[in-house]
Design a protein around this ligand. Structure first.
Ligand code: PRX
Length: 630
């Protein structure tokens, strides 16, 4: 555990070393992993390409650092605790030894279906242990997994299948969420009407009826019959892709963020152990879904690389009641609890009564991720859940960063509500103004960039390297641009202010306004639309859509519902607009550009002093929009 930070001065010391001698710093950390062949050089990089390589020519398999390296020391330790949706259903405890067998066996299944190193495999599954087995089995054979959140629609799934040219899909019959039973395989079937794969493997979860297509679809349990639990890990290069994860940006369709193996492995374990101050024997619980980066890095890879016991929860925070999270914490004596501000706010709305039956004594660390946490939610979390004794780690990072970039080290970095505080070792932040000039010193505010590579950073966007360059490395020369606004206060602490681009964050789910507009525009009566975010008490941001449509023979109510259904169908229920306002025109400049600034203000409830409107083509439109505000 020599890589553990124990004191604040230790943090500053490590941080300093990571900046002055980054290669030496990361080599020391990487040396504690299992490498089949050590790297020739720690880092090769240029942000122009971008072309970033960590642990150059190192050979490894990430699952060997989870299993082979550790089975003698902690093979009998619980790797995954699985808590089902229904508290009356039996939970599962899977040891490292058992998980190893499951992963090896499923790796053999994948091979038997002709899946090879480098092939893309989509995982569209609920929160069941098999989903983690699926990810690790792909990694074991060197196949590239792409987990798609099981709440995405058939059409969104089809787009991803096509984009990464997936060879197989791993899925389930259905999914339990609260008191609902949701079809999963049926969505896959629908997606496969517009795309194709050779193989679909279906894990039985709900027992609902599904259609199985002969020669393409197989039951998970039947695939395992007679298959060996021994498997020698495939050798991959440090820079071979480990996974693709699709995420939204300000333009176009979601892009496939590519993470590679060596650097991601080193960084996720290092950041997990340090941020959460995880000690062997602790029970750690992250409530994210494996369909998001948080689930990848801090339910599966980081914790398992650290030999941790990671809890995987299938259900929702309010089923059977609003005390579910707290019941689960007491049931397993959870020590580190990591969730999203939106969940905290939603539970806060139920008051403290649902917490009363529970002691929450086991808790040592609370975490927050996904969106800015407002001060009120921070204080509620600190006081009522952490009983004023657990530090909160407000962790800022992104799908593209692979791991936590800015966060307190639990119990070591003094915290401040709503501040992600300080960068982790290896993370060289930089605040720039609109012209790209670095703002040095404290008490400054601007756009957040990162000026030096870190091991788990995005390498490319699948199939379109130029898009990666344009999106992240072109706005400010020689820097990775995060898309977030930030403030550095008088203490040098960082506070993330939210996105400065056309990306909105709804309940911690990232969405491009253009993506939602494109979905709305699919409705045959919609002529044009503009989507903006607005402050929402629980979700952080809500989706506000202004639409111009043909209203002949339609009531507004019908149309609004139809538009919501259209968006649900094209993206998924998470992208459904909260408010839809039918308008006769949109505020545009003479050159035809929509003035989103005005739309944003109106959606926020501002009706006066809308800023400069002199370039507007038709100022009357603004008046109408204000009058019809939802
Ligand atoms: O705007 C930031 C916000 O979420 C964005 C990244 O979203 P995604 O790639 O889906 O990853 C979410 C989980 C890592 C960021 O650009 N964000 C994430 N964490 C925080 C945050 N904003 C403020 N504070 C955070 N702790």
């Amino acid at each position: 555990m020599s890589d553990r930070i124990h004191t604040l001065s230790g943090y500053f010391h490590e941080y300093q070393k990571s900046v002055t001698e980054p290669e030496k710093f990361w080599a020391r950390i990487a040396d504690s992993f299992h490498w089949q062949k050590r790297w020739d050089q720690v880092l090769e990089w240029d942000f122009e390409g971008p072309d970033v390589k960590w642990f150059v020519n190192g050979k490894l398999n990430i699952t060997e650092s989870i299993f082979e390296k550790n089975l003698f020391t902690h093979g009998d330790r619980t790797a995954i605790i699985w808590e089902p949706n229904d508290p009356n259903e039996e939970s599962r405890n899977i040891t490292y030894k058992q998980l190893y067998k499951d992963v090896c066996q499923f790796a053999n299944v994948l091979l038997s279906k002709g899946i090879q190193k480098g092939d893309r495999v989509i995982i569209y599954m609920p929160m069941i242990p098999e989903a983690a087995v699926a990810m690790l089995a792909c990694a074991r054979i060197g196949a590239i997994h792409s987990v798609v959140f099981a709440g995405f629609s058939a059409s969104a799934l089809a787009d991803r299948i096509v984009d990464c040219e997936a060879k197989a899909i791993l899925t389930s019959d259905g999914n339990f969420r609260g008191n609902k039973k949701i079809a999963v395989k049926a969505v896959v079937d629908e997606a496969l009407e517009k795309s194709s794969v050779d193989t679909v493997i279906v894990c039985k979860r709900t027992g609902q009826d599904v259609i199985m297509k002969e020669g393409r679809d197989y039951w998970w349990s039947e695939c395992l019959e007679g298959i060996s639990t021994d498997h020698k890990a495939e050798t991959v290069d440090s820079e071979d892709p480990l996974f693709i994860l699709y995420t939204s940006g300000s333009t176009g369709k979601p892009k496939g963020v590519v993470h590679t193996t060596g650097g991601y492995m080193v960084y996720t374990k290092y950041s997990f152990e340090n941020v959460f101050q995880y000690s062997p024997g602790d029970v750690y619980w992250c409530t994210a879904d494996i369909g998001w980066i948080t689930g990848h890095s801090y339910i599966v890879y980081g914790p398992l690389l650290a030999g941790a016991t990671t809890l995987m929860f299938e259900g929702v925070p309010t089923f059977p009641d609003a005390g579910r999270f707290w019941a689960v914490i007491d049931k397993y004596k959870v020590n580190q609890f990591y969730t999203a501000p939106t969940a905290i706010r939603a539970l806060q709305a139920h008051g403290t009564e649902p917490i009363e039956p529970y002691s929450l004594d086991s808790l040592k660390v609370l975490g927050s991720v996904g969106e800015p946490i407002n001060e009120e939610a921070w204080r509620w979390y600190y006081t009522h859940i952490g009983k004023s004794r657990c530090p909160i780690v407000d962790t800022w990072w992104q799908t593209e960063t692979g791991g936590i970039m800015v966060s307190p080290i639990a119990g070591i970095t003094p915290t401040k509500p709503a501040y992600a505080t300080l960068p982790l070792p290896g993370v060289q932040l930089c605040i720039v103004n609109a012209d790209g000039k670095e703002l040095t010193g404290n008490s400054v505010e601007g756009n957040l960039c990162i000026k030096f590579p870190w091991p788990s950073m995005i390498r490319t966007t699948w199939g379109d390297h130029d898009r990666c360059k344009q999106t992240y490395f072109s706005t400010y020369k020689g820097m990775y641009f995060t898309g977030d606004g930030v403030k550095r206060d008088h203490d040098g602490y960082y506070r993330i202010l939210g996105r400065v681009d056309d990306v909105i964050n709804v309940s911690g789910h990232r969405m491009g306004t253009a993506e939602v507009e494109n979905a709305i525009n699919e409705h045959p009566l919609v002529i044009e639309s503009a989507v903006v975010g607005y402050p929402h008490e629980v979700k952080g941001q809500g989706i506000y859509a202004y639409v111009i449509c043909d209203m002949t023979n339609r009531t507004e109510e019908n149309l609004v519902n139809e538009i919501k259904d259209t968006v649900s169908k094209i993206i998924g229920p998470i992208a459904k607009p909260d408010k839809i306002q039918v308008v006769s025109g949109l505020p545009k400049t003479r050159s035809g550009k929509i003035m989103r600034r005005i739309l944003r203000k109106v959606a926020e409830g501002v009706t006066e002093n809308l800023g400069d409107t002199s370039t507007l083509l038709d100022p009357e439109v603004v008046k109408e929009i204000i009058d019809g505000r939802k």
